[in-house]
Design a protein around this ligand. Structure first.
Ligand code: GAP
Length: 538
């Protein structure tokens, strides 16, 4: 599948629209259309149900070291600015960017790739934003053009090494920017904080500056004590939150994959420090299985443990769940979710204002007496274990998923084309979205075969019976074949058709989206039939 085909289907069938499209769009922002809103809501609800409400707290699930509790939160997007100082985001949440003085474009320093090339006595680093085969081809085309060579003279180019990141290059004068014609147009890399800044209240001065949250996690940490004091949860337990996060990404791209406004589904799982490695392994495997259960195929999905050098400033162990999105180069994967062992970093820094000693320390602010000003909340965020009579700061395992990235992966995985006979038996191309039934926007569609002979009335009665139980769609417009195609393209797993036989024997046809199998059921058994189909019992 080409990404363009999916993007076109998303627009045509109302899954995704560019934000503010009638004004030319806004880069990095997306709107979910009538089908997209249902799909993404189903992703969020499947996550919440599977992780929180359907979790049985009395027994240890498969692979877990023991039973555990789960609860939820819904925190404000704008939080006290000190939260971001203690979390490290204020000082450390940076990307490096480079600007091109010639093309006026801005790039993320680590996302520009290039190769050293020499010809006609000149050696320089020719760059591209593409990776893999596409990146190699583009750098060759650009080098040929730079030297004024034709394709047949490509052997005059002497390449020195593979595609590597621009971060490996010290001398910017020797770089040909991704869209530049002359060497040396890229600036030196500069730090850029990814948090969106805003101002609270009418005054608008720096004292009222605040940030849109770049992750939902911190709302959970700062409410840790409130949850302990207001519920009966005891270690080990998890707090889940779903909500919007904002990052002023330098180069948003690849459809919704890297957006500036997106939704996260995060769990902060609190446990005893000695037990944290086992819980880390449990959550890593449990979260991987979740994507498989909802239909992501194992050959496009992988679990990758981070190298020590890749770990975030707070993490002592992290694994990513990654998906081979079609817009990525062959062999490349994009992150769907990170599962991080965060130790006691967050609770401790909100308590004491300390940062991990491996990272750049916060500048120590002094008060009017020259004494270091307390940077944490000063509140006690420790946990008292009533059984062992010990007091300690719990360790945290954090499975942090992106709702938009998961939705995009489910869209990519679902897209397929096959051939089916039309009304006259002629093979015709069909596009279908093979969503897992739990994720499909509509669970069933109800059609009268024709708009006469009392068929619409029977179909409407079935629709009315189904509607309180499932999201179903009624359609009597256009030819039956076209109505089926439309439902296939939005991924409706079952279609129920009222036809001539219904009027004589009271049965309707049920059609399966993927196999095209059709069978008959009594018209008043539709609710049970769809329920059993969705439960996988049939
Ligand atoms: N609390 C940890 C945290 O936020 P992260 O790896 O930065 O970790 C977690 O983000 C998840 O959020 C990612 O795996 C991804 O699914 C999603 N995400 C992050 N940045 C995103 C962006 N710019 N656009 C869409 N999703 C994003």
């Amino acid at each position: 599948m080409e990404m363009d085909q999916l993007v076109a289907l998303c627009k045509r069938r109302g899954f995704l629209f560019q934000s503010s499209e009638i004004y030319g769009g806004l880069n990095g922002f997306w709107d979910y259309g009538p089908m997209g809103v249902e799909l993404k809501r189903n992703v969020r609800e499947a996550w919440w149900r599977d992780m929180v409400t359907a979790h049985n707290e009395q027994t240890a699930p498969a692979g877990a070291p023991g039973p555990y509790e789960m609860t939820g939160l819904d925190c404000a997007i704008i939080m006290h600015p000190q939260v971001w100082k203690c979390s490290g985001h204020y000082d450390l949440f940076h990307d490096f960017m480079v600007d091109c003085r010639e093309s006026k474009h801005r790039y993320r320093h680590d996302q520009v790739w290039g190769r050293w090339v020499e010809a006609r006595g000149q050696r320089f680093f020719v760059t591209t934003e593409a990776l893999g085969h596409e990146g190699l081809e583009e750098t060759e085309q650009r080098a040929l053009k730079f030297f004024g060579l034709r394709a047949k003279n490509a052997d005059e180019l002497v390449w020195d090494g593979p595609l590597v990141s621009l971060t490996t290059v010290d001398d910017s004068a020797k770089v040909l920017g991704p869209e530049a014609k002359a060497l040396g147009s890229l600036t030196e890399p500069r730090e850029f904080n990814l948090m969106f800044k805003t101002y609270i209240g009418a005054l608008g001065g720096e004292e009222s500056a605040a940030f849109l949250r770049p992750e939902t996690a911190q709302g959970i940490f700062v409410n840790f004590k409130n949850v302990l004091d207001s519920t009966r949860v005891r270690l080990p337990f998890g707090i889940a939150q779903v909500g919007k996060s904002f990052r002023n990404e330098i180069t948003p791209r690849n459809f919704t994959f890297r957006s500036r406004e997106f939704e996260q589904m995060e769990i902060e799982f609190f446990c005893r420090p000695g037990e944290s490695p086992e819980w880390y392994r449990y959550w890593r495997d449990r979260r991987f299985r979740w994507y498989v259960e909802l239909g992501l195929s194992s050959d496009r999905l992988r679990l990758r443990d981070h190298e020590a050098a890749e770990l975030s400033h707070y993490s002592t162990g992290t694994a990513d769940i990654e998906y081979a999105f079609p817009f990525m180069a062959q062999g490349e994967f994009g992150e769907l979710e990170g599962i991080a062992h965060r130790g006691d970093f967050d609770l401790r820094s909100h308590m004491e204002g300390k940062l991990d000693p491996k990272t750049r320390p916060l500048e120590v602010e002094k008060d009017e007496h020259g004494q270091p000003r307390h940077r944490g909340s000063g509140r006690d965020l420790s946990y008292f274990d009533a059984d062992t009579k010990e007091r300690f700061i719990p360790h945290v395992i954090e499975p942090s998923a992106g709702a938009d990235r998961a939705t995009l992966a489910f869209l990519c995985e679902a897209y397929c084309e096959d051939e089916v006979p039309d009304e006259n038996g002629k093979p015709t191309k069909r596009t279908l979205m093979k969503f897992h039934p739990r994720l499909a926007p509509y669970k069933a569609a109800v059609f009268p075969l024709v708009r006469k002979d009392g068929m619409p009335e029977v179909a409407q009665a079935i629709y009315a019976e189904l509607k309180p139980h499932f999201n179903v769609f009624y359609d009597e417009k256009s030819a039956a074949g076209r109505r089926y195609r439309r439902q296939d393209e939005i991924g409706t797993p079952y279609c129920i058709t009222v036809d001539g036989q219904t009027l004589t024997d009271g049965t309707v046809t049920v059609r399966d989206r993927d196999s095209l199998r059709q069978w008959r059921v009594p018209k008043d058994a539709c609710v049970d039939e769809i329920r059993r189909l969705l439960a996988g019992e049939l």
